[in-house]
Design a protein around this ligand. Structure first.
Ligand code: CO8
Length: 258
């Protein structure tokens, strides 16, 4: 498929999507988000792909939704088209793991897209922020919700109300990112992590992702029950039998994703 705003490639079982509008610091316009959703559709449907890495450039993961595309829209425009949620939500419905590899700016919609991924690996030059308040508006793709759940009210509130950016170290301390890696090894490291995930039992990986995500959607009691039931269900898979047999026999497991 020919894309104009993203680059798509595969590294073995890992699908790599690179946001590619360098002239606009990867600002997220409608065309880019449509292509991103399509690329996720393709990787999700491809049985050879076990995990996806989403990245940008060394200067910017994405500097936000495209301000120039948005600026002249009326309330009726954005309300009627439910601006632009349908495409933007696609990452969150992907059942395979999606890792955000963030270097440079992840601002506004860029920070929101990174937070839609399962976890964020940050380059040491990464900067996160929700600067929409500077534009006379506020985050519109989950920033006030996901950031607050990720880092707590005090920091999320300060970032949304003042547009203060967080550097990678603060983001790691606050729990927004899983790890910091040197900028020049970010993609290699993200692919290595994705390959590690792909080497494991895919149904178990998908179930673990589903179960962690449940923690954001439900009560503790319901979440724990969900986890227990889904844990029970792994006992019907060949991979659970293989994983435990391999441990007992002191050998490496050979998962078949069944
Ligand atoms: N939209 C459009 N163009 C952008 C954007 C953007 N978000 N960010 C940067 N650009 C463009 C610049 O206009 C510039 O283009 P040109 O060369 O034609 O003038 C080019 O990218 C390079 O940018 P700068 O010259 O500004 O680069 P600097 O290194 O000087 O500054 C910054 C980098 C600090 C990142 C600066 O570009 C900036 O502040 N950008 C805007 C950040 C921002 O406000 N982001 C939030 C946008 S609003 C949003 O994301 C709402 C999300 C809600 C989504 C709802 C969907 C459902």
């Amino acid at each position: 498929m020919a894309y104009e705003n993203i680059l798509v490639s595969t590294k073995g079982p890992v699908g790599l999507i690179t946001l590619n509008r360098p002239e606009a610091l990867n600002a997220l316009n409608k065309a880019l988000m449509t292509e991103l959703a399509e690329a996720i559709d393709v990787f999700e449907a491809d049985d050879a792909i076990g995990a996806i890495v989403l990245t940008g450039s060394e200067k910017a993961f994405a500097a936000g939704a495209d301000i120039k595309e948005m600026q002249s829209k009326s309330y009726m425009d954005v309300y009627k088209e439910d601006f632009i949620t349908a495409n933007w939500e696609r990452i969150t419905t992907c059942r395979k793991p999606v890792i955000a590899a963030v270097a440079g700016y992840a601002l506004g919609g860029g920070c929101e897209v990174a937070m839609m991924c399962d976890f964020i690996l940050a380059a040491d030059n990464a900067r996160f922020g929700q600067p929409e308040i500077n534009l006379g508006t506020l985050p519109g793709a989950g920033g006030t919700q996901r950031l607050t759940r990720a880092i707590g009210k005090a920091k999320a509130m300060e970032m949304c109300l003042t547009a203060r950016m967080m550097d990678a170290e603060e983001a790691e301390r606050a729990g927004l990112v899983s790890r910091i890696v040197p900028a020049d090894s970010l993609i290699d490291e993200a692919i290595k992590v994705a390959e590690r995930i792909c080497s494991l039992s895919r149904p178990s990986v998908m179930m673990a992702k589903e179960s962690v995500n449940k923690a954001f959607e439900t009560t503790l009691r319901e979440g724990i029950l969900f986890e227990r039931r889904i844990f029970h269900s792994t006992f019907s898979t060949e991979d659970q039998k293989e994983g435990m047999a391999a441990f007992a026999e002191k050998r490496k497991p050979q998962f078949k994703n069944r």
